[in-house]
Design a protein around this ligand. Structure first.
Ligand code: BG6
Length: 451
């Protein structure tokens, strides 16, 4: 692209996607004056020296030392090359003012993640490395911290004495969207569970932090990952289920199966659905199952966390009053509807004492007129301001890989013989129902219109 083409592409993007609507000419023109575009090959050292020259020139003009943020929105196999060249050309020598931002996937397994961490640490301090997990920038995900630690109401019940089980579901109607090349090297476990779902689990399970300092919050999250019960190779089939979608229907449209998607092997063994049951071996959570589930081409697009409370210890109401009785349930709706619902028992209005479950609901859209920022708005601002609270630290990424490696290894060495095992537009494979049903639970289904 020429610099001019680059600028007009940026403007088109803002016009199309910004939640604040189209750009205003005068505002865009003055902002665009600050943008420069330099094209070049990642492996050419001259690219990096010309970037250095441009920065030095700007610093003179602005009379300040610039913040240098290297945002690697590139294929993962280019991370190393670029990081090394930034290092050799000494572009990041000012440790306080230069940062590197790495998109997921961070490694393909524990070994490659460690290798990448080691390499980055030869060039950057850990405080300069921002590993993005965009789920952490979502408004509803950040609100889990507020919900848990800014209220006194839930904390006394937030433990194994009152909580029976926790479910985290991230299901998508989307398929792999022309990302066959990437997805064939990833699969649902690597693409979603290793990062987004485990991070949600950490936010639900972590101990209260002493402060909201980046490292304090991240330490509490790593504690959770380190306490996750190790899965032995023999146990994998009892606590993990995989699936792959075949052809089917989504919202009245016929869609192809995974193996028919572009750039996907005709006999691919890659999973597009994964469900995992995990336990946290600590005082708070001993014995409470955490069920995690994610899939592509599912029946609905929804990210939701369900906290299922235990039944009351003694049922004093007569059986005719409790036919419809259900234990309390707290549902954190991450997306597309954003809100929190608490289910409790109430007396059905009438002359008799009959109980039925009702929902108390908080809805973000109704409570804020200005709308919520996109996850990336939050994360990019944090990077500019040097706040790494919402980013993954090296040990967090490695601990997350460590817990999943037995499943990855087992699945890779025993490719599934029954793929595809769910139709596009369905709830995933039957085995996923069995995973949770054998413990007497079922996956949360949101009533229509209440998503
Ligand atoms: C990405 C995954 O990290 O998250 C995609 O690579 C997935 O496969 C996406 O579709 C989901 O993000 P969101 O914000 O749309 O829920």
């Amino acid at each position: 692209m020429s610099p001019k083409e680059f600028l007009s592409r940026l403007q088109e993007g803002v016009d199309k996607f910004s939640r604040r609507g189209k750009t205003k000419k005068s505002e865009w023109d003055s902002f665009a004056k600050c943008l420069l575009y330099q094209k070049g090959a990642f492996d050419s050292i001259s690219l990096y020296s010309s970037i250095e020259k441009q920065i030095v020139k700007l610093e003179k003009k602005w009379e300040v030392t610039a913040n240098r943020i290297f945002y690697l929105a590139v294929p993962p196999n280019s991370f190393e090359e670029i990081a090394l060249k930034i290092g050799t050309s000494r572009l990041a020598k000012n440790k306080l003012q230069s940062r590197i931002v790495i998109e997921k996937p961070f490694g393909r397994d524990l070994e490659s993640a460690k290798h990448l961490n080691d390499l980055l640490h030869t060039i950057f301090d850990e405080s300069q490395i921002y590993r993005i997990d965009h789920y952490l920038g979502k408004e509803t995900v950040q609100n889990i911290l507020a919900f848990r630690f800014a209220n006194v109401l839930y904390e006394p019940t937030w433990n194994r004495n009152y909580i029976d089980s926790v479910q985290i579901t991230v299901s998508e109607q989307l398929g792999i969207e022309n990302r066959g090349n990437y997805y064939e090297t990833a699969g649902a476990l690597r693409d979603m569970i290793q990062n987004h779902l485990l991070q949600l689990l950490c936010l639900i399970a972590m101990e209260p932090p002493v402060s909201f300092e980046a490292d304090e919050v991240r330490n509490r999250k790593v504690d959770v990952l380190n306490a996750l019960r190790k899965i032995s190779p023999e146990e994998v089939h009892q606590c993990a289920v995989r699936g792959q979608y075949g052809p089917g229907w989504i919202q009245g449209k016929k869609v192809t199966g995974y193996r028919q998607e572009p750039d996907v092997h005709k006999q691919s063994a890659v999973e597009t659905f994964a469900a995992v049951k995990l336990f946290i071996d600590n005082w708070r959570w001993q014995g409470v199952p955490f069920y995690l589930r994610t899939g592509k081409r599912m029946n609905e697009t929804i990210s939701v966390i369900t906290i299922q409370f235990r039944p009351v210890p003694h049922q004093s109401f007569p059986s005719e009053a409790t036919g419809n009785w259900q234990p309390n349930r707290l549902i954190l709706n991450i997306q597309p509807c954003m809100g929190i619902r608490i289910r409790f028992q109430a007396k059905r209005p009438g002359l008799k004492m009959v109980l039925h479950p009702v929902d108390m609901q908080f809805n973000y859209d109704k409570s804020s007129a200005s709308g919520s920022p996109e996850a990336y708005e939050t994360l990019l601002l944090d990077i500019m301001e040097g706040d790494s609270t919402l980013f993954m630290r090296a040990d967090q990424v490695e601990a997350a890989w460590k817990i999943l490696m037995p499943i990855i290894n087992s699945w890779e060495s025993n490719p599934s013989i029954n793929f595809p095992n769910y139709e596009a537009g369905m709830q995933g494979p039957e085995d996923a129902e069995a995973l949770i049903a054998k413990d007497g639970h079922s996956w949360t289904v949101m009533p229509a219109g209440k998503k």
